[in-house]
Design a binder for this molecule. Structure first.
Ligand SMILES: NC(=O)c1ccc[n+]([C@@H]2O[C@H](COP(=O)([O-])OP(=O)(O)OC[C@H]3O[C@@H](n4cnc5c(N)ncnc54)[C@H](OP(=O)(O)O)[C@@H]3O)[C@@H](O)[C@H]2O)c1
Length: 296
């Protein structure tokens, strides 16, 4: 299959490109800079110049592809309104381009803001309904295109997609521990995150693209719930620094932007995903990756 991948040069995207190429697919990756284009080309994929605001490039990439994987995101935490606007516009552009084709469209989503008070299941819909909601409401927007003959598939990633070299939320938590000389959790540390190894997430994206039925919500989750306190303790042991609790009102002072996410319960199950796609995660656990120095 000829697959158009946005975010092909990113953390999850670069592993996804490797997995797709390894399975015999052709990949065209959106590249917003020469460095990203070079990284994509070095893997044996083709770079398509353009950024998320270049809707014509997104249209072209999607129109010429047999399937689309959308992973690019501005991730501007200080301006989430703009990040969400751009995400919504990109998803709408790709979905409109694919309408009537029956082609697969796998898009990234997450668990932020869902918090039903138990592990989130694939059957739990995203509460997002409009442009102001988490990720610009892009998950529900894409699923609306199922009735316009797009094989839309949501890939909800655990808040920690971990491996050596991760620069996501967990690396911000580790950086805060280094800055302050203590490894902290918020309150009693009982909130929990789902986690998945990057290689397992990449394989799931490919399986979803190849096989998942229209309207699927896939959970890239290998571990349902890793408690914040256990994460902080593993970081503390690895860096050989004390482990402490910070009060919720002091969390932003300690952690910066990531406090909002570390304080959220984002536990989730993947029973339906595993069964429907015969996906069995096999990478190291989050605590194993922390303990073996993936964040060193
Ligand atoms: N990693 C996680 O733990 C996690 C958890 C939940 C959800 N997600 C979601 O999964 C998706 C992939 O995440 P990731 O961790 O792989 O992100 P990442 O490492 O930050 O990569 C982001 C990708 O998007 C590209 N990008 C950023 N701004 C762009 C723009 N304006 N125009 C075009 N491309 C742009 C980047 O290009 P450059 O290489 O040129 O910078 C890069 O390829 C995102 O939607 C993210 O929100 C990730």
């Amino acid at each position: 299959m000829r697959v158009f991948v946005t975010g092909a040069s990113g953390w999850i995207g670069s592993a996804t490109v490797d997995d797709l190429l390894g399975a015999g697919h052709d990949v065209v990756g959106l590249a917003r800079s020469e460095a990203s284009a070079a990284a994509i080309a070095a893997k044996g994929a083709t770079a398509l110049p353009g950024d998320l605001d270049d809707l014509e490039a997104l249209r072209r990439g999607a129109a010429e592809a047999e399937g689309v994987v959308h992973l690019a995101n501005k991730h501007d935490w200080a301006n989430s309104a703009e990040t969400n606007r751009a995400e919504r516009a990109a998803v709408e552009t790709i979905a409109q381009t694919l309408a009537g084709s029956g082609r697969p469209f796998v898009l990234a989503s997450g668990f932020g803001g869902m918090g039903p008070g138990r592990p989130i299941a694939e059957s739990d819909p995203s509460p997002a309904v409009g442009p102001d909601s988490m990720r610009g409401g892009s998950e529900n927007l894409a699923l609306d295109y199922v009735e316009k003959d797009v094989r839309a598939i949501v890939a909800r990633f655990a808040p920690s997609v971990h491996a050596i070299g991760d620069h996501g939320f967990l690396s911000a938590i580790v950086a805060a521990a280094r800055r302050h000389g203590v490894s902290a959790y918020i309150g009693d540390g009982s909130t929990a995150w789902a986690a998945v190894h990057r290689s397992d997430a990449a394989r799931l994206i490919r399986l979803g693209l190849e096989q998942a039925p229209a309207g699927s919500r896939l959970h890239a989750v290998a571990e349902d719930a890793v408690a914040a306190r256990d994460i902080a303790e593993a970081i503390g042991r690895t860096l050989d620094i004390p482990v402490v609790s910070v009060a919720p009102e002091k969390a932003t002072e300690h952690f910066g932007f990531v406090a909002r996410f570390f304080g959220m319960d984002m536990s989730a199950s993947s029973a339906r995903t595993r069964e429907s796609l015969a996906w069995t995660p096999s990478g190291p656990t989050l605590i194993e990756d922390i303990r073996t120095g993936a964040y060193a």
